[in-house]
Ligand binder design. Structure first.
Ligand code: EPU
Length: 333
């Protein structure tokens, strides 16, 4: 177990904000987690994963917890469905690479998403027509309130678009592992328009195509600090959508009609139309190739720079289109 005080979090957030926490703890097992002196830890207590979907808005006065539970176990029963148990601290993309390497279907569309398994389960990560909820069977947790281990079936997790009950109950449940269900027989998911015509002969070939697309659109966190999509794509009524068409003076506004008739509009398009591509605020900037992403352009952007750019984008999109954007990136505290 690692336990440090007055700890620099730069290496634990892909936005690369230079912030500190009062206490940092990295545990290697459920037993270590259970043994923590919960009542004595500096408060509040916040669990993070790879730090790839969060923005530290200032120094953190409490304890940051991080999982280093990194086992991957295959439960091979000789059936078509292969259950795989993965620890919360496993790097998500390393797991996807391994699953694709074994020829198992299900996770390939979720290739190259940064972060770790536990956070993938909290956030219900999604890309190219697949979400985490589509390949998970159950989630194991440690309940801080009751001080006991517990398990949830996928239906109990309350999954929605980048939502789960773990987000609502973040101060209660710590995810320790997930049980995924992969498939031996081909299950290509190619509905997302960008995947048309790709080589879908194996999970590895789809993975390669998805990686190619992501590399053209999204910054590599190794080169440029960011937290991926900064905003959620707004889901609006048909009336609100008509207002966007009128305000834009264009008929071909990109959109997706969801079950139930609500309409999802790409936030990237709204931000683009408000002229924010490449826009700067201190060291922060709107990414040129994908305006849904805010980047730490200089490497020394402050949380204040990012927050100010966020405020300006929300205000402009609201003034022009009447739609309020909501951040997808979690703000801490
Ligand atoms: N667009 C523009 N201008 C641009 C770029 C894009 O107008 O410069 C518009 C286009 O109309 C384009 C649309 O934005 O068709 C949507 O782009 P895309 O489908 O590539 O993705 P997205 O809606 O921007 C979502 C997820 C991504 C995920 C992709 C692929 C959210 C918030 N983001 O982005 O997830 O990889 O779909 O499935 O739902 C993340 O969560 O961090 C993330 C990267």
């Amino acid at each position: 177990m690692i336990k440090e005080f007055d700890f620099d979090l730069s290496a634990h957030n892909t936005f690369r904000m230079k912030v500190k926490c009062a206490c940092f703890i990295e545990y290697n097992s459920i037993e270590e987690l259970e043994s923590l002196p919960w009542d004595e830890l500096p408060k509040p207590v916040k669990h993070i994963g790879g730090g790839s979907n969060l923005l530290f808005t200032s120094d953190f006065p409490g304890t940051i917890l991080h999982s280093a539970i990194r086992h991957v176990k295959y439960i091979d029963l000789g059936l078509d469905e292969v259950p795989v148990l993965a620890g919360s601290g496993v790097k998500w993309d390393a797991l996807v690479e391994e699953l694709c390497g074994h020829g198992l279907w299900g996770a390939e569309n979720l290739s190259l998403i940064p972060g770790e398994v536990g956070a993938a389960a909290v956030q219900n990560i999604g890309a190219y027509g697949v979400e985490f909820k589509d390949i998970v069977k159950g989630v194991s947790c440690y309940d801080i309130q009751e001080r006991r281990r517990c398990k949830f079936t996928v239906n109990e997790c309350g999954y929605g678009y980048r939502e789960s009950m773990f987000k609502e109950a973040a101060d209660r449940y710590i995810i320790t592992s997930v049980l995924l269900r992969l498939s031996r027989s081909p299950r290509p998911r190619l509905e997302y328009k960008g995947l048309a015509g790709i080589d879908a002969s194996s999970p590895a070939s789809i993975r390669e195509a998805v990686i190619g697309i992501r590399r053209t659109k999204l910054p590599d966190p190794e080169d440029l600090g960011s937290a991926g999509s900064f905003f959620k794509n707004p889901v609006i009524s048909a009336t609100d959508f008509l207002r966007i068409i009128q305000a834009a003076g264009e008929e071909n506004v990109p959109h997706y009609v969801l079950d139930g008739g609500m309409i999802k509009v790409p936030a990237a398009w709204l931000i683009d139309r408000c002229g924010f591509k490449g826009e700067k605020e201190g060291g922060a900037a709107v990414y040129e190739k994908q305006p849904l992403v805010i980047v730490n352009a200089t490497g020394s952007a402050s949380p204040g720079d990012v927050l100010e750019l966020e405020r300006r984008i929300i205000a402009s999109v609201h003034a022009r289109f009447g739609v309020t954007l909501h951040p997808e990136v979690e703000h801490i505290p």
